[in-house]
Each structure stands twice: as structure tokens, then as C-alpha cells.
Design a protein around this ligand. Sequence first.
Ligand SMILES: [Zn+2]
Length: 414
Amino acid sequence: MNLLIKNIKQLVAVRSDGKPYKSGTEMRNLGIIEHATVLIQKGLFSWIGPSAEFSQAVDDDIDVIDASDFVALPGFVDSHTHTVFAGSRENEFAMRTEGKTYQEIAEAGGGILSTVRATRVASKKELKKLARHHLDAMLRQGTTTVEIKSGYGLNEDAEIKILHTINELAEESLMDIVPTFLGAHAIPHEFKGNPDDYVDLICKRMLPYIAKHKMAKFCDAFCEQEYFSVEQCRKIFETAKLLGFGIKIHADQLSQIGASKLAIEVGAISADHLEQIDDAGISALKHSEIIATVLPCVSFFLHCGYPPARKIIDAGIPLAIASNFNPGSCMSYSMPLMMTIACTQMSLTPEEAICATTINGAAALGLSSILGSIEVGKQADIILYNVPDYRYLIYHFGTNHVAKVIKHGTYLEF
Ligand SMILES: [Zn+2]
């Protein structure tokens, strides 16, 4: 189906002009067109420009949207989520409001391992139902592409069950869904005291099986004290690379153990979190092709320090923002909310925040040549917002301003 969107009040194209991402210094340039028209044919953008210059003849039966009340942006690309899980942890949240420590919460049965327990006993059907509910809500809020990690199984059967769930959701959903294997998310209680044996299980059994059945595009690991060491992560990543996986890494979140340096060494596509990255780490990233991905909700929700996103951008490094949707540290997938937090707490400009949630999010998934911006030839993922100006979307937070969602050229009715 072809679609003409005419009289768009303001079009935020986020053009990258063939480059894979926008580096820090380019992130303020959004390629805005006032009073724009967009023609979509066969799911792709085929014409974009000022309405006054549109003179192409179109078929009589083409669908037309008059967007004179709307501002248009590319669909958001949420490049880091943990959307498939069972159970919830509002109990733990309440304990934290009362000042309970991480240790006390863990002793009361909370933390990642509580989600692992709930996810292990849930059926694939239950997991799909729960995740589908979240994915529908994401789409309504303007997210058209999402990465989903496994990592709440932590044994062969449960990790494979989660990846099956993600792959089936990808088949059935209108969204683009990118599966990532995060077997090294936490040390399962069965391997407490001998984490090397768990790393062996990941390398010798899980990764080969997942590669053989093409169940994940990326391999990720939580490189952190008391989780997985640099040496253990290196072993996982070297194995994963030989099997054809791209590499992502949870780096420098709680401490500085050299995780972002490992990201460079293994050629990761993105290094995510970076709350504790130091100046040496930033200058090392500068000489790599890595997308620095920050997750503003984690610092907001857990009331801990923010990553130095301003410094990262000023160093010229491409920055992406993702939700990190998960039951422990971010029960939100609102990308506009992530942008508001990034602007108010991390000193980003609205323009930088928009680049970070669109084209650079796509780059963090290796998809920026086909989506993440409104450019001729790219997949037509475009959201119309009922706002007076693109900056309003970030300024008026806590509500959903989406008027219309168009995914791959299809106008979705909710
Ligand atoms: Zn994460």
C-alpha cells in the first residue's frame, strides 16, 4: 500500500546522508523541513521534501494523511531492553523507598535472581503474552524497532525458551525485533562459587546451539565485579565472534574494571551503561567505531550517578539512548521520557536526544542503513505527534503525544 503524508507541520528527518551514525558533533543537526510532504511506496520512503516542491502524480487510490496538525519523527529504535520476563518487583521498589540496601533486598528474595525464578517456571506462551502487551504499548508510544535480550533463564533450557519467545514475537509482530543472547547476565545460583563452569557452559553448549539455530544476532555480557570478569567476558566474546555473533556489552555500570576497553578490543558494536566510564575510557572510545549507549532511566530510578553523556558527545563519540526496559531498574519503555531525563539530568540538547533515540539507536543494532531516519530508500517508520514543535515532545513529559504510527509504510490503527 502506498501512502502520501502531506502538509506535515514540521518534519524531523534526522538525515545521516549515508553515514552509519551521527558522531557527537553532528548530533545537533536534525535536517528539519517545515511544511513537508512524504511519499511512501512499497514500505519505503520514495519522496521527502517541502510540500511546495511536491509535484509528482500519484494514483487515485493512494491513502492520504493530512498532517497539518502534526510533527513527524522517525520511529524510535530502542537498542537495549530486557522485555521478555515474568513476574514484577514492585515489592523491591517499595523496600528501596524505605532505605533497604541491595543486600537486604537480595536476602529477602529480590534482585535479578527473583526474576530468573519467575521466568524459569513461566511457559513460552505466558512469556509471549506478557511481552506482547509491552510491545503493543511501545508501538503506541512511537517505538518501531526494539532489541530484546535473553538473560532471565541462566540455564540452557530457559535461555533457549526465552530466545524462542523473542524470535516468535519477531515473526508475529509489526515491530522489528532484534534478539540478543545475554546468558552472562548474572551467575545462576547453581554455579555460585564456580562461575568459570557457567562460562564454559555458555561457550561450549549455549552459544553453539544458538548460532546453529540462528536465534540471536548479538551476544552480550554483564562485565562487572561479582558478575563476569573481563577475562570471562573475553572468553565468551571470542567464542561468540567465531560463531558469527555481533558483540554488545554491559560496561562500566557499577565500577571500572576495564569493560569499555574490552569492548574496543573485541570490536563490540556498542558499549552500554557507562555510568563509571573515566576520561581514559572516553578517549579510547573516541578512536573506535563503538556506539556509546546510555540508559538514563537506570540512574533516575535507582537514584545513582548518571553516565557522562555530555563529555562523551563533546568528545565526538556517537551516543545512543535506550530504555533498558527491565523489571529491576527501569519499568518504562517511553523513549520521550528517556529523552527528558537525558536533557534534564545529563545536559543533552533535545536535538542530540532525538539523534540518540533514532539513527544512533539503529546504528547500535547495525540497522542504520535501512532505518532510524526519514530518508529516501529507507524503511518507512514514521510517527506523527500532536505537538506544536519537536522540542515540545521532550518538554511536556509523562504523557503520550503520538497521533499516528506508520510502520514499514503501514498505517496502524489502535
Ligand atoms: Zn541491560
